[in-house]
Design a protein around this ligand. Sequence first.
Ligand code: TYD
Length: 375
Amino acid sequence: MHNEFRYGRWKILCFVFADIVSLLLASILSLWLYLLNKDINYSIKSHFSVIIPMIVIDLAVTFFFSTLRRALRWREKREVYESARHVVFSLVFLGLYLFITKSGPDFSRAIVLLTYGFDYLFLLAFRISLRQIMTRYMKRESTALLMTTNRFADEGIKELKNLGLDVRYLYLLKNNNADKVNDIPVAKDVKEAAAVICWEMIDKVYIYGLDHQMIPEYLMDACNEMRIMLQWVDFNYKVLEIKRIKHQDPKYGALMFLEGERDIPFPIRRVYWITETDAEMYRGSHAHKLNCQLLYCPYGKIDIILDDGKEKTTVTLDRPEKGLLLMPGLWREMVWRDQGSILCVLASEYYDENEYIRDYDEFLAYSRKSGKEEA
Ligand code: TYD
């Protein structure tokens, strides 16, 4: 709850208000029913001396046991359980309070139980209707959270802007503690990102340039619970400038480096390289269904011909610091332009022949079917 309070403050306060109102209504109703049926001299003063601790306990349970967050995140069936949990916790803590302070001796146990029974019903009705009202009237259109890596944050924001989408929050995998990027707040960790999704009424979660295996399960669950679709705003390939450190003294040469999941949007599971090649030699002629790759040529010159099923592009790798990031679903051919050129590949998947497409017609059918979703 504490974490979430930073976000949906008004929403939480609405729920808290609804909780208090339901408890008061429940207490008045139960008192009325009790007095109506029993011809006894009941102490109203004592009744109210217990109602106040009841409300305080109710608020404490609300804040410490995150029931509101759960109430909002889970749908109707869960609400029945969550509201019951809330009421049972409150009942137990009130019992403890009365026992420890030895207060409320004139207060009937029957009324406590009746009050909590009614509280449960009111709570359920209030929470369900409140959430429905909020979802209907307070939801801003196109409130989006963008999930990407540090390296691609700027590009992703730009890309979404071009599509007319407003990014309200960012979740950066492998974040190096940036609070904001381009004035857009960054969720610190996956739990905070899920809290933002729940409380800020985010209605879309976009993913930019990420390999499927980098999307945290926790966030996927949060999206499922909130019935939010994950949408991909993807590129097929990107030419990257690999970081390069040149020594002051030229005889020491230059050093280039790449880090998996930081500079490239996938974990590196496999590395392979191709050597001893003749000029004008062809390799490739396949596409991957899952595998993301980064290609670079530390020595020589190699043309990479890319085909997305609609058009062909050629990227020439002719410098060691030029990297070519390939997302799945692209047909590629490699042509060695200089004899002895070396092609190095960093891959996101272990070798698996089943995720290859080696037949061009099959590739065309596959790319038509799985065409990248437009946001
Ligand atoms: P292949 O993918 O056909 O190479 P290219 O597309 O560059 O022409 O791979 C050639 C052979 O090497 C093939 O029999 C599969 C094997 N191979 C592995 O066993 N592990 C690997 O990681 C790779 C890339 C290939």
